[in-house]
Design a protein around this ligand. Structure first.
Ligand code: ZN
Ligand code: ZN
Length: 146
């Protein structure tokens, strides 16, 4: 069983080996707003060996000093969609940009982080955990598990 996805132009495609759609969280930080060109970004942490990205995937890094955790980003060089990133704090995992899944309409965030910078018009569903900034890894694991 797997889930497919890809970039806006279709040049980069991927397959996620999983029984269910991955638990997803929304990040409302200003960097995510700028990077996504939207109000927040949707992420899921997936096992690196469960995600197969086509060879056309392009790897890049931000200029030094731009990220607290300098990450390797994988995306499409033609349409500039960012698909996943490799964070040194999460060995063996990739952070997937959930909006690139073909079935993204079936995914709802299990938690929200960086709500301190959230757009004021956006209301978070009652009962969904939220964190003003980044949660600790323990808080994160407990909240995403529901
Ligand atoms: Zn593309
Ligand atoms: Zn963010």
């Amino acid at each position: 069983m797997g889930f497919e996805g890809g970039c806006r132009c279709g040049a980069v495609r991927y397959e996620l080996e999983a029984d269910n759609l991955p638990p997803t969280y929304a990040c409302h930080c200003v960097d995510c707003q700028t990077w996504s060109g939207s109000a927040f970004s949707l992420h899921a942490i997936v096992a690196e060996d469960a995600l197969t990205i086509s060879d056309s995937g392009h790897t890049f890094r931000l200029p030094e000093g731009q990220e607290a955790m300098p990450s390797e980003h994988i995306g499409c060089a033609a349409c500039l969609t960012r698909i996943a990133s490799r964070n040194p704090a999460l060995p063996g995992f990739l952070v997937l940009r959930v909006g690139t899944l073909d079935r993204s309409s079936e995914v709802a965030p299990a938690m929200h982080i960086w709500t301190r910078q959230k757009q004021p018009w956006l209301t978070i569903e009652e009962g969904t955990p939220g964190f003003e900034v980044s949660p600790t890894p323990q808080e994160f694991a407990a909240a995403i598990a529901g």
